[in-house]
Design a protein around this ligand. Structure first.
Ligand SMILES: Cc1cc2nc3c(=O)[nH]c(=O)nc-3n(C[C@H](O)[C@H](O)[C@H](O)COP(=O)(O)OP(=O)(O)OC[C@H]3O[C@@H](n4cnc5c(N)ncnc54)[C@H](O)[C@@H]3O)c2cc1C
Length: 330
C-alpha cells in the first residue's frame, strides 16, 4: 500500500479524519471536495466518547479542548410531562461526557491538521467514479479527471461515489427536516436538553464555549426557504407552547442565513466497498438524528421506574434502551 495513489472524495469529518489517519500509517492521500471553499456555517455537533477517542488517538484532542463545552447530562423532555435523564458521569468509559462544539470549528481543526499531510482540493465536485481492477477513475464537474489505486468515498449521505458505483443502498427518508444553528442565550446550564413536543416536533439545545448556544429543531419540510424569507416571525411564534427557553433561543439567533437546513434520511448498505473503492462516514451509513444518536456510545442501562412510564416512552419509540426517568411534575 505504501506509495499507492489514494484519493479521498469529501472533506467532511470522515474524509479529513481518514486523510490524517492514513498519514499516521505513512500513506499519502489527495482530498477532493465539491464546495468552493471552506465556509463557517451551520450549528454545533455533539461528539461522543467514540469520536473523542479517535481525536485523542490522532493527537488532536488536547489542542481542541478549549473549543469543547463538556456536558455530563442529557435531559429528554417528553410531551411536557415526562423527563428522561442520562447521567454521563456514571458511565465507566473514557471521556464520559458529551463534547459540544461548533461544527465549523471541528472542521477547521481537522482541516488544519489534514493540510499538513495531504493536498485538499476544493471546487472539485466528483460527478463519476468507476472501479476498475487495479485502479479507480474519478471525474469532476470542473472537467478534471484522475486515476487512483484506491478511492475512499466520504462524500456524505447523498454520495455521488456510491451512486456511480451502483452499490445498492436502502434509504429511508425521515419524513422530517431539521435546522442546526447558533443562538446567544445569556446563560444556559451545562446540560443538553431535548424537548419532544406533543405536536411531533423536537427542539434541542446545548451550551457552546464563548457564551454561545447550539440549537437544533424540526423545520417545515420543503418549505423552509419560503418560511425564512417570508414568515420567520410567525414560524417562531408556533414554538411558544415549548416554553420560554425555546422562545428566547429562537429570538436570539444572530444570523438565520448561517443556520443549516437538512432533510436527513437513513442510508444503509449491505456492502460498503467495490474494490478499489471504499465508502466511509455517512456515505456508508447515515442515521437520522433521533434519541439513539445520543445513546450511541452505550449508556449504562438503568431501569425505567414503572410500566406506565415505559408505555409512554415506547410511544416515542425509544423502547430499545432502558434509562432512568422521572415525572417532570410529580
Ligand atoms: C440535524 C442533524 C444533527 C446531527 N447531529 C449530530 C451530532 O450531534 N453528533 C454527531 O456525531 N452527528 C450528528 N449528525 C450527523 C453528522 O452531521 C454526520 O454523521 C457527519 O457530518 C458525517 O460526516 P461525513 O464526513 O461522512 O459527511 P459530511 O459531513 O456530509 O461531509 C461530506 C463532504 O463531502 C463533500 N461532498 C459531497 N458531495 C460531493 C461530491 N460529489 N464531490 C466532492 N465532494 C462532495 C461535501 O461538501 C462535504 O464536505 C447530525 C446530522 C443531522 C442531519
Amino acid at each position: 500500500m505504501r506509495g499507492a495513489r489514494i484519493a479521498i472524495v469529501g472533506a467532511g469529518p470522515a474524509g479529513l479524519t481518514a486523510a490524517i489517519t492514513a498519514a499516521h500509517f505513512g500513506l499519502m492521500t489527495t482530498v477532493f471536495d465539491g464546495a468552493e471553499d471552506f465556509t463557517r456555517v451551520g450549528g454545533g455537533i455533539v461528539i461522543h466518547s467514540n469520536g473523542l477517542r479517535v481525536l485523542e488517538r490522532l493527537g488532536l484532542l488536547e489542542s481542541f479542548k478549549p473549543l469543547i463545552f463538556p456536558c455530563r447530562k442529557l435531559v429528554l423532555e417528553l410531551g411536557g410531562q415526562y423527563e428522561i435523564v442520562s447521567d454521563y458521569d456514571e458511565l465507566p468509559i473514557p471521556h464520559n461526557y458529551l463534547a459540544i462544539v461548533l461544527r465549523y470549528q471541528l472542521q477547521e481543526h481537522l482541516l488544519t491538521s489534514a493540510r499538513k499531510v495531504a493536498p485538499i482540493l476544493f471546487a472539485h465536485r466528483c460527478t463519476y467514479a468507476e472501479a476498475r481492477q487495479a485502479h479507480a477513475r474519478l471525474e469532476f464537474a470542473n472537467g478534471a479527471r484522475a486515476e487512483f489505486e484506491v478511492v475512499i468515498g466520504a462524500d456524505g449521505a447523498h454520495s455521488q461515489v456510491r451512486q456511480s458505483l451502483g452499490v445498492s443502498a436502502v434509504k429511508k427518508a425521515a419524513g422530517a427536516a431539521y435546522l442546526r444553528g447558533v443562538t446567544e442565550l445569556p446563560s444556559h446550564p451545562p446540560v443538553v436538553r431535548e424537548i419532544w413536543g406533543s405536536d411531533g416536533r423536537r427542539f434541542g439545545i446545548a451550551p457552546l464555549t464563548e457564551g454561545r448556544t447550539y440549537f437544533y429543531c424540526s423545520a417545515p419540510r420543503g418549505q423552509w426557504h419560503e418560511v425564512l424569507s417570508q414568515r420567520l416571525g410567525a414560524w417562531i411564534d408556533t414554538w411558544n407552547p415549548y416554553g420560554e427557553l425555546v422562545r428566547s433561543a429562537l429570538h436570539r439567533v444572530p444570523d438565520w442565513n448561517a443556520v443549516n437546513y437538512d432533510e436527513p434520511e437513513d442510508v444503509r448498505l449491505k456492502r460498503w466497498y467495490s474494490p478499489p473503492v471504499f465508502l466511509i462516514g455517512d456515505a456508508a451509513h447515515a442515521m437520522t438524528p433521533n434519541y439513539s444518536h445520543h445513546l450511541k456510545p452505550g449508556l449504562r442501562q438503568r431501569e425505567r421506574r414503572d410500566a406506565a412510564h415505559r408505555a409512554e416512552a415506547d410511544d416515542y419509540n425509544i423502547g430499545l434502551f432502558k434509562v432512568s426517568g422521572h415525572d417532570r411534575h410529580p
